[in-house]
Ligand binder design. Structure first.
Ligand code: SF4
Length: 455
């Protein structure tokens, strides 16, 4: 499933073959298209397209290049469009100091008007920013917490990207990210967590590398996505799923297909989500607020049975590994964990358990010996080198018992599980080197997980 979050299918370039263009998009898996207005006229046409095609939605706005010519009547007409059904965003708006077709002051005034309109209708904004990052950020900052959105066809620096991200914005890259000489864009992309990335064509402009110079169209996302997958070290399917979920959430598109997943794939590993119970409430955990991992929805109160898990696993032989890891602590269901791990080992799978290391407290007995022969790798969340800090970070229901039990669990795991790793989340203030030293002293592997990057 793919979502093109920025297209201009109403432009004259598509007047002779729009049905073919839309069919080609469907054929490669483009599920939704957001058609973006750049004037009152193209906003009206965007809405007409949205009414004609179920899977097209509209954004209404006036491009900053036209800012100096916008009349009061234009603005009233745009305001009237904003409240219509199938309008999912305001824009494209923003600032363009590259083309210099409208005075900066007019552009800024119009940008503010769009932000007010977005706030009034509780819609995201689609922002065009060309060589105007500083002023653009200043305006976005003024509406921080009130207006969200996307910086479309990103062309700024890595530092600009970081600042927009800090303000909660998504970032989308069009075809130029595939151009051989666009190292600056790929450098900026490194600052963008994949969960904040959106796909767009900006068609008919900016076709990706194999079609460069030709008219762009939504089906050409098939050329951009593999490049993004390579840059993020994920699969094409991962990129499609993650960006689609983000687009659906940002633009409020239909979410009727959102089902909690008990077995989910990232790269070539299968993950099992066997419970949402956990004795901790870690400050960095989005279990209760946004239970998504790399585009998979894991929120569930229903714990799957062994049979349901086996059905969801299917044939495990093609995966690099099968991992017990969800928004919950798998040792809360030790019997199920052991039965499924045994089932997987009989079928030759490599099995990993990601755990908070509190399994002994949870089960009221030492459990590492019970995992022998069932788990190949165990990754235990250490989170900090300081006992008091652990409780501040993890808010464990076991309070001061938790950290000593965790250390004891790591030590015991070495005797029963071939590959033991401890991990921390690289949050500000955590002494990474002191944690690494604990791993070295215990003779186990060490991993720093990226803060705000789940999965
Ligand atoms: S231990 Fe894991 S599942 Fe539990 S709250 Fe912490 S991060 Fe979330």
């Amino acid at each position: 499933m793919i979502i093109d979050t920025h297209a201009h299918l109403d432009f004259p370039d598509f007047k002779d073959d729009i049905d073919d263009v839309i069919k080609r998009a469907k054929d490669v898996g483009v599920e939704y298209i957001i058609n973006v207005g750049t004037s009152v006229g193209t906003s009206v046409k965007s809405l007409e397209l949205a009414k004609k095609y179920d899977h097209i939605y509209a954004s209404v706005g006036i491009h900053p290049n036209a800012a100096s010519n916008v009349t009061a009547d234009d603005w009233s007409r745009l305001e009237a469009l904003a409240g219509q059904s199938k309008v999912v965003a305001i824009g494209e708006t923003g600032l363009d100091y590259y083309r210099d077709r409208s005075k900066k002051e007019d552009q800024k005034r119009l940008f503010h008007q769009h932000m007010e309109l977005a706030q009034k209708h509780n819609l995201p904004v689609i922002i065009h920013n060309r060589e105007a990052s500083s002023d653009c950020l200043e305006i976005v900052r003024k509406y921080s917490g009130r207006v969200n959105g996307v910086i479309h066809c990103f062309a700024g620096s890595r530092d600009d990207a970081k600042e927009f991200l800090e303000l909660g914005f998504h970032i989308s890259f069009a075809g130029p990210v595939t151009y051989p000489k666009a190292e600056n864009l790929r450098e900026a992309l490194k600052a963008v967590p994949v969960e904040k990335l959106l796909l767009e064509t900006d068609c008919p402009f900016l076709a990706p590398q194999p079609k460069r110079g030709k008219r762009n169209e939504p089906s050409y996302l098939q050329y951009t996505i593999p490049i993004l997958a390579e840059l993020y070290k994920l699969t094409v399917e991962d990129i499609e799923r993650i960006t689609s979920l983000s687009a659906k959430n940002l633009f409020g598109l239909a979410q009727s297909d959102l089902k909690p997943e008990i077995a989910y794939i990232i790269r070539n590993s299968l993950y099992l989500n066997i419970t949402s119970r956990c004795p901790n409430k870690c400050v960095f955990c989005s279990r209760e607020t946004a239970p998504y991992v790399k585009g998979h929805y894991l929120g569930t109160d229903n714990e799957p049975t062994v049979e349901e898990l086996k059905d969801a696993i299917g044939d495990p032989s093609g995966y690099d590994e099968v991992v017990f890891c969800g928004f919950g602590e798998s040792t809360e269901r030790l019997d199920v964990l052991k039965e499924i791990a045994g089932y997987l080992k009989e079928r030759g799978s490599k099995v990993r358990l990601d755990t908070n290391g509190l399994g002994d407290l949870i089960n009221g007995r030492s459990i590492c010996e019970e995992l022998e022969g069932l788990i190949d790798t165990i990754c235990i969340s250490l989170n900090t080198n300081i006992e008091e800090e652990y409780q501040k970070l993890c808010h464990s229901e076991y309070d001061c018992q938790a950290y000593p039990a965790l250390i004891s669990f790591i030590k015991k795991a070495r005797d029963y599980i071939p590959d033991v790793m401890i991990s921390i989340v690289g949050m500000p203030g955590i002494d990474v080197e002191a944690c690494r030293k604990i791993a070295e002293d215990l003779g186990v592997r060490f991993r720093v997980r990226e803060y705000n990057n789940v999965g």
